[in-house]
Ligand binder design. Structure first.
Ligand code: TMP
Length: 215
């Protein structure tokens, strides 16, 4: 695998999309080929699975079904999009990846770490982010931003996961921070309360420091 695989994690409203857009521009300016994608989703079939996972009407999945749907989406996404892009030397920027499954399905839902790790490794087929950028945000601030978005006319309502209680989202946040502690050299933690320009500048500096982006 020649290309670099970078994922972005954080609570809803932490500013991942804005940061990813800025990083994409920086790579494009440096004439590097870049693929921007997301999980769950990223291929037509995986996007159909995403819709099943997040919909709020009808039967809710039990936690085993939920994790298997995330992993099904991931297996398809890795095989069809991420692995081929890395093999052709492209940089892949992914909004969420397996580290979300550890935070949400293990720390917040309570599935054992051994089971989550083993399902993640099976879906990844050897493809893992070399760097995970975490936009760390308090649950209160995440909620505040979410409400602001919902108040905008025509904006989407909260999905099934966003509707979980605050203590669920607190466990998700703890789950991200715990993983960052386990592998500090693979994680880059940012305070998502900072303004967007500062978050972008710090991320680009880290990428330059690693030699992944020209000066
Ligand atoms: P998004 O809103 O960031 O696009 O992600 C959809 C939701 O799915 C979000 O609340 C996080 C959650 N999620 C998991 O619970 N497990 C996973 O493995 C992934 C990738 C996302």
């Amino acid at each position: 695998m020649a290309g670099k695989f970078i994922s972005f994690e954080g609570l809803d409203g932490s500013g991942k999309s804005t940061l990813i857009a800025g990083v994409r521009q920086a790579f494009e300016r440096a004439q590097s080929e870049v693929v921007v994608t997301r999980e769950p989703g990223g291929t037509p079939l995986a996007e159909e699975i995403r819709r099943l996972i997040l919909k709020t009407d009808g039967e809710s999945p039990v936690s085993a079904t939920e994790i298997l749907l995330y992993e099904a989406s991931r297996a398809q996404h890795v095989a069809k999009v991420i692995a081929p892009a890395l093999a052709s030397d492209k940089t892949v920027l992914c909004d969420r990846f397996s580290e979300s499954t550890v935070a949400f399905q293990c720390f917040a839902r309570g599935i054992s770490r051994t089971e989550v790790d083993s399902l993640n490794r099976y879906a990844e087929q050897g493809v893992r982010p070399e760097l995970v950028v975490l936009l760390d945000l308090t649950v209160e601030e995440s909620r505040r931003r979410q409400k602001g978005r919902e108040a905008q006319a025509g904006s989407a309502q909260a999905d099934r996961i966003e509707r979980e209680a605050d203590d669920f989202h607190q466990r998700v946040r703890n789950g991200f921070l715990a993983q960052a502690k386990e592998e500090p050299s693979r994680w880059f933690v940012l305070d998502a309360g900072l303004d967007a320009a500062t978050l972008l500048e710090r991320t680009l500096s880290e990428l330059r420091r690693r030699g992944w982006l020209g000066a």
